[in-house]
Design a protein around this ligand. Structure first.
Ligand code: MCN
Length: 793
C-alpha cells in the first residue's frame, strides 16, 4: 500500500508497529498443524446429531423417539421436554435490550412450535457420528403445519400468522432515532426531494470452518470444558452460565482453538453448542457436535434482510437538508444476541455517512419471520446504513443533474470540524474525507473516465462509474453508553502483558482471532512499546481459563480496543521496569530514559539496563525498590471513550453487456483510512476480503426462501459465494488520520471494505444504466435484472 505518510515516527526496532511483516500464525496453519474444534478428541467421546424441523412454521403434535433409541450405538435421545424437565434455565438470552422489546423465550430445543426450517426439535447422542446421524432419521415428529411468512414487510401486516404468543403483530420492536419534526421542516423548506425504495437481501455467512463444539462435563468437579468455534469465548461463558445452563461462570472453561473464519456468525450463543454441553452434563461423557455445511446455512445467523423507504431533501445547489428513513428489518424466528442492536443502533446512527446533514430521522420495525435468525454479518448495521445514504446521494445527484462526486464533495464534513456530532447521534473522532475521496478519484483519473464513458456510449457500450464514501463505527464503546442504549455486555477489552524471567513476553488477550492476524499485530504492538523483537512476544487468545476476561472479536474492535489495552498494559510494564532501572542504576526515575528496550541515565548512556535484564531482576526479587512487589506484568482493562471511525472512498468501474446484461468489473479502487496502521500487509488482506464480500453482496449473494419458508439456497452450489475468478485486481491505497483518543491512534479495518464495496458496485451499475433511466436496482444485481431493466426502458 502506498499513500499519505503517517505522522507516527518511524519504528525504532525492525519489524514492530507499522511493518508489513508476514503473519506469524500462517506456517502451522499451512502445514495442517492447526488444532480446530473438530480435531479435539477425548476418551469416551460421544457424538451428537440434532433433529431439525423441516417446516418453517408448525405446531409439534408428537415426537416419537422410540425407534431411534432402539438403534445400535445410540446412547440417548432427548427432546425439548427433557431439557425443560432438567430444571436448567434453558434460555438463549438476547444481549441487547430495546424499549418495548418483545422477548419470547428461545430454548435449546423447541417444545411447542417450530418457527423456522432448521429449528432443533430433538438431540441424539451415539457412540459414533454415523450412528447419531442414522438414528436422527428414526426420530418421528408429527407436525400441524402453520402458514409461513418470510418477508419483514408482509410479516407485520394484518391477518398474517402469529409466530410468537407474545407478539400479536410479529413486531419485536419499533425503534426511532433522530428528530422527526426537524426532518419534516427540512423537507418542507428544501427545493427538492428524491427517494428510493430498496431491499438488502439476506446474506449467509460462509466461514470455511462450520460451527462445532466439544463439551466435557465432569460430574465430580461440576466443571464444564467447552471447545467451540467462538469469536468471543468469555461472552459465550457468560451467556451459557446464568441464562442457559445455570452453572457459575467460574465452573465453565470455554476454549476457542483455531477458528476458521466467522464474519460475525460465531459471535452468537446458539442453541446447538448449548445443547452439546447439556447432553454432556446429562451423560457425564464428552459430546461432540459439528454442523454440516447445509446445517450451517439453515442455522448460522444470516445478515441484512432490510426493506427500506428512504428520502432525501436537497436544495438546487446540492446542499442536503434532511434524510428520512423507514426500514422493516427481518429478525428471523428468534432474537439472536445482537439481532436487536444491529438494525437499530448500529444502523440508524451511521445514516449521516460522511456528510453534514442537519436533520435525520429513522424508524426501524423489527419483525419476526419464520426464517433463520438474523444478526450481525460483516459490516453489520453500518453496511446497511451506508448503503442507504450512498444510494440516496446517487438518486439526489440524478434528480439535480449533478455529478455524483460533486454532490458528495459539496456535503462532506470538513476536516476542521472534528470531533463532529452528526444528527444521527454519533460523535465522529477524526476524518479527512476529502483527502481520501480525491486520492481515490485520482487513481481512476475520474475526469478522463467520464469522457471515456461518453465516447463509449456513442458506440453503444455502457461503462459505469460508482463512487462510495463510507464511515464505520468500530469498537462499540464506552461501556456506560452502550449500557444506556440497552447492551447487556461491556464495550471494554482486557489483556495481560507479562514478562517472564528470561525476558520473553506473553500477551494474554481477551479478543479471539478467526483469521485476522492478531498474533502478529498484537506482538507488533507489545514489541513497539517494550522495545523488544516481535519474536520475543507470544500472543495467547481464546481460552477463558488462561485469559481472565475479555469481550471478543467483532465490530472491527480488536486493533483499537484490544490493541489499545495491550499498549496500555505494556506501558504499565515499562514504567515498573523504569522504576527498577532507576533503583539499580542509582538514579532518579525522572532521569531514566528509554530507547530500543534500553533504560539509561540521561546524559550517561554507558549506565544502562535492558528491559529484558530487568525482567530477570524483577523475578529474582533480590534488589527491588522498597515496597515494590516482585514480577513484571500488568493487567489492563481498557474502556475507550468513543468508537473509532474508519472511513474511505471506493470506486468501482463496470461495463455492462447490453445484449446479456452481464456485468464486468473493470477496475476497483479502494482508499481506506484506519488511522495508524499496525501491519499494512494484514490491513491490505482485510481490505481484499472485505471487498470480495461487498462485491458478493452487490452481484451474487442472497438467501432465497420459497413461499412455504423453505430455504432454497441451502448448498454452496445454490448460494453464489463470490469466487476469486469473479473478482478484478483490487487497487488499494490508504490515508492515515489517527484516532485522537486511541492509545495507539488506530481505527478498525475489518469491515470497512465490505461496507464500501456494495454501494460502489451498485452505483457503478446504475451509472452505466443512466441512458436507460434506471435509478436503482436491488442487490444482488444480476445480469437478468440488468437485462430486464434495459428491456423495460
Ligand atoms: N489492523 C492493523 N492496523 C489497523 C487496524 C487493524 O494492522 N489500523 C489489523 C489488526 O491488528 C487485525 C486486523 O487488522 O489483525 C483486523 O483488525 P480489526 O479491524 O480490529 O478487526 P478485528 O480483528 O476485530 O476483526 C473483526 C472483523 C470483523 S467484525 C469481521 S466480520 C471479519 C473481519 O474482521 N471477519 C473475518 N475480518 C475477517 N478476516 C478473516 N480472515 N476472517 C473473518 O472471519
Amino acid at each position: 500500500m502506498s499513500g499519505a505518510e503517517s505522522e507516527r515516527e518511524e519504528p525504532d526496532v525492525e519489524g514492530v508497529f507499522g511493518a508489513g511483516i508476514k503473519r506469524d500464525e500462517d506456517l502451522p496453519l499451512l502445514l495442517g498443524e492447526g488444532t480446530y474444534t473438530d480435531d479435539i478428541s477425548l476418551p469416551g467421546m460421544t457424538y451428537l446429531a440434532i433433529k431439525r424441523s423441516d417446516h418453517a412454521h408448525a405446531r409439534i403434535v408428537d415426537i416419537d423417539t422410540s425407534e431411534a433409541e432402539s438403534k445400535a450405538d445410540v446412547v440417548a435421545v432427548y427432546t425439548g421436554d427433557d431439557v425443560e424437565a432438567s430444571g436448567v434455565p434453558n434460555t438463549i438470552p438476547t444481549a441487547w435490550d430495546l424499549p418495548g422489546l418483545v422477548q419470547p423465550q428461545y430454548r435449546m430445543l423447541a417444545i411447542d412450535k417450530v418457527r423456522h426450517e432448521g429449528d432443533g426439535v430433538a438431540a441424539v447422542v451415539a457412540e459414533t457420528p454415523q450412528a447419531a446421524h442414522e438414528a436422527r432419521k428414526r426420530i418421528h415428529v408429527e407436525y400441524e403445519e402453520l402458514e409461513a411468512v418470510t418477508d419483514p414487510v408482509t410479516a407485520v401486516e394484518r391477518d398474517i400468522p402469529q409466530i410468537h404468543e407474545e407478539s400479536d403483530d410479529n413486531i419485536a420492536f419499533d425503534f426511532e432515532l433522530g428528530d422527526a419534526d426537524a426532518v419534516n421542516e427540512s423537507f418542507s423548506a428544501a427545493d427538492r426531494t428524491a427517494s428510493v425504495t430498496l431491499r438488502q437481501p439476506r446474506l449467509i455467512p460462509n466461514a470455511i470452518e462450520p460451527r462445532a463444539a466439544v463439551a466435557d462435563w465432569n460430574d465430580s468437579t461440576q466443571k464444564l470444558r467447552l471447545w467451540m468455534t467462538s469469536q468471543n469465548p468469555h461472552l459465550h461463558r457468560m451467556l451459557l452460565s446464568a441464562g442457559t445452563l445455570g452453572i457459575p461462570e467460574n465452573n465453565i472453561r470455554v476454549i476457542a482453538p483455531e477458528v476458521g473464519g466467522g464474519f460475525g456468525s460465531k459471535i452468537y450463543h446458539y442453541p446447538d453448542e448449548a445443547i452439546t454441553a447439556w447432553c454432556s452434563m446429562q451423560l457425564g461423557r464428552p459430546v461432540k457436535w459439528r454442523a454440516s455445511r447445509s446445517e450451517g446455512y439453515l442455522t448460522d445467523c444470516h445478515g441484512r434482510d432490510h426493506v427500506t423507504d428512504a428520502e432525501i431533501a436537497i436544495d438546487n445547489d446540492g446542499t442536503i437538508q434532511g434524510v428520512r428513513v423507514e426500514t422493516h428489518a427481518g429478525l428471523g424466528a428468534h432474537l439472536s444476541q445482537f439481532g436487536t442492536a444491529t438494525p437499530s443502533y448500529l444502523y440508524a446512527t451511521v445514516l449521516s455517512g460522511q456528510y453534514t446533514i442537519p436533520a435525520i430521522h429513522c424508524r426501524v420495525i423489527g419483525a419476526f419471520t419464520t426464517t433463520t435468525p438474523v444478526d450481525a454479518y460483516r459490516g453489520a448495521g453500518r453496511a446497511e446504513g451506508i448503503y442507504v445514504i450512498e444510494r440516496l446521494m446517487d438518486v439526489a445527484a440524478r434528480e439535480l443533474g449533478m455529478d455524483p462526486t460533486e454532490i458528495r464533495r459539496k456535503n462532506l464534513i470538513p476536516a476542521d470540524e472534528f470531533p463532529y456530532e452528526s444528527a444521527a447521534a454519533l460523535v465522529y473522532d477524526s476524518g479527512e474525507y476529502e483527502r481520501a475521496m480525491e486520492t481515490a478519484l485520482e487513481h481512476v483519473d475520474y475526469e478522463t473516465l467520464r469522457e471515456q464513458q461518453q465516447t463509449l456510449r456513442e458506440e453503444g457500450r455502457y461503462l459505469g462509474i460508482g463512487v462510495a464514501n463510507f464511515i464505520e463505527s468500530a469498537g462499540l464503546s464506552p461501556s456506560g453508553l452502550a449500557g444506556q442504549l440497552g447492551a447487556q455486555a461491556g464495550g471494554w477489552e482486557s489483556s495481560i502483558v507479562r514478562f517472564d524471567s528470561t525476558g520473553s513476553v506473553t500477551v494474554l488477550a481477551g479478543t479471539a482471532d478467526q483469521g485476522q492476524g492478531h498474533r502478529t499485530t498484537y506482538a507488533q504492538i507489545a514489541a513497539e512499546e517494550l522495545g523488544i523483537s516481535v519474536d520475543d512476544v507470544e500472543v495467547v487468545e481464546g481460552d477463558t481459563d488462561r485469559i481472565p476476561q475479555g469481550m471478543g472479536t467483532y465490530g472491527s474492535r480488536s486493533a483499537s480496543v484490544g490493541g489499545g489495552s495491550i499498549a496500555r498494559g505494556a506501558r504499565d510494564v515499562r514504567e515498573k521496569a523504569r522504576r527498577i532501572a532507576a533503583h539499580q542504576l542509582e538514579a532518579s526515575v525522572d532521569d531514566i530514559e528509554f530507547e530500543d528496550g534500553e533504560f539509561y541515565v540521561a546524559g550517561a548512556s554507558d549506565r544502562s539496563l535492558h528491559i529484558q535484564a530487568i525482567a530477570h531482576e524483577a523475578y529474582l526479587g533480590h534488589d527491588l525498590p522498597e515496597e515494590m512487589d516482585p514480577g513484571l506484568e500488568a493487567t489492563n482493562f481498557y474502556d475507550p471513550e468513543n468508537f473509532t471511525y474508519p472511513f474511505g472512498t471506493h470506486v468501482a468501474v463496470v461495463e455492462i453487456d447490453p445484449e446479456t446484461g452481464a456485468i464486468t468489473i473493470e477496475r476497483y479502487v479502494a482508499v481506506d483510512d484506519c488511522g495508524e496502521i499496525i501491519n499494512p500487509t494484514i490491513v491490505e488482506g482485510q481490505v481484499h476480503g472485505g471487498i470480495a464480500q461487498g462485491i458478493g453482496a452487490a452481484l451474487y449473494e442472497g438467501a432465497a426462501y420459497d413461499e412455504d419458508g423453505h430455504l432454497q439456497t441451502r448448498r454452496m452450489d445454490e448460494y453464489a459465494v463470490p469466487h476469486a475468478t469473479y473478482l478484478p485486481d483490487f487497487e488499494t491505497d490508504s490515508t492515515v488520520t489517527p484516532s485522537p483518543h486511541n492509545p495507539i491512534g488506530v481505527k478498525g479495518v475489518g469491515e470497512s471494505a465490505t461496507i464500501a464495496a456494495a454501494p460502489a458496485v451498485v452505483a457503478a451499475v446504475t451509472d452505466a444504466l443512466e441512458p436507460f433511466d434506471v435509478d436503482h436496482l436491488d442487490m444482488p444485481v444480476t445480469p437478468e435484472t440488468v437485462w430486464r431493466a434495459m428491456e423495460e426502458e
